[in-house]
Design a protein around this ligand. Sequence first.
Ligand SMILES: NC(=O)c1ccc[n+]([C@@H]2O[C@H](COP(=O)([O-])OP(=O)(O)OC[C@H]3O[C@@H](n4cnc5c(N)ncnc54)[C@H](OP(=O)(O)O)[C@@H]3O)[C@@H](O)[C@H]2O)c1
Length: 270
Amino acid sequence: MFSTLTSVSEAFDPNGARVLVTGASSGIGAALAEALAERGAVVGLVARRADRLSAVLDRCRAHVDGCRMWVADLVDPVQVDRVATAALDELGGVDVLVNNAGMPKRRDVQALDVEAVEAVMRLNYLSPVQLTLALLPHMVERGRGVIVNMASVAALLSSPGEAAYDASKAALSTFGEAMALDLWETGVRVLNVYPGLIATELLDQPGNDPLDTDIEAVPPGDVVAAVLGALERGAAEVFEPTWFKDIAVAKAGDVEAFLRGAAAYLRDRG
Ligand SMILES: NC(=O)c1ccc[n+]([C@@H]2O[C@H](COP(=O)([O-])OP(=O)(O)OC[C@H]3O[C@@H](n4cnc5c(N)ncnc54)[C@H](OP(=O)(O)O)[C@@H]3O)[C@@H](O)[C@H]2O)c1
């Protein structure tokens, strides 16, 4: 069956593309929205903080007047539906959906309760899925579109103290891969993005254990460059920094060895 599938992707041109970016009030989403507007995209911005979103909108509108924003809490399914309808109406359609809004959950599994896990799943997994399903028929009807999922290397590397977050990102990226196959012949593509450690407000949100890592955080602009390049190439996935892919491949080759090695590293580090 798989040998009969053929890719129908074409090069992505941001100029004039209508792009909906969730979580656009700060960090990766804000930087990506601005970079896309700078390249001529009509960008729709979504997040909860109106003041921060409005500042990003001003910067986008300096490039493209038709950019818009919608203040919404994407944990609420009613608000997710409203965003989808408003984006279709006011942008006249969505060519690229960037499922970027997300929350961290740095908490040891022994301190987790199911409510915390559900809250993470709702924002990081269910809300992007709901938005995707709402916009997908319009993309399929036009025979083109891109869905960008801001996953995380945490989805593949079982980062310690983050079971709830890791699982939400694994769900998002797995949904994206499976969806890519379902959509292979439709002209709609999926890009899964796997950022490593990125210097944003996500690293010091309240309700999380303090960040405890030797890895140096890279600026959000590195992820933006990686996403723009991947869109242009029609890639199905992109890692930033790229060396995380080597670790993901090594882990997939021997999960037990990876877990033993990671546990020993954590024990020795104290
Ligand atoms: N930073 C990293 O190391 C890293 C690594 C891998 C993946 N990622 C992923 O990258 C994405 C962007 O995160 P970031 O690092 O750029 O952090 P960030 O600056 O904290 O951005 C998170 C964005 O999500 C929005 N958001 C949070 N809760 C929301 C809600 N309930 N409804 C609507 N919007 C909401 C926030 O806006 P409001 O607060 O205004 O709503 C903000 O715009 C996330 O999905 C994150 O998991 C980050």
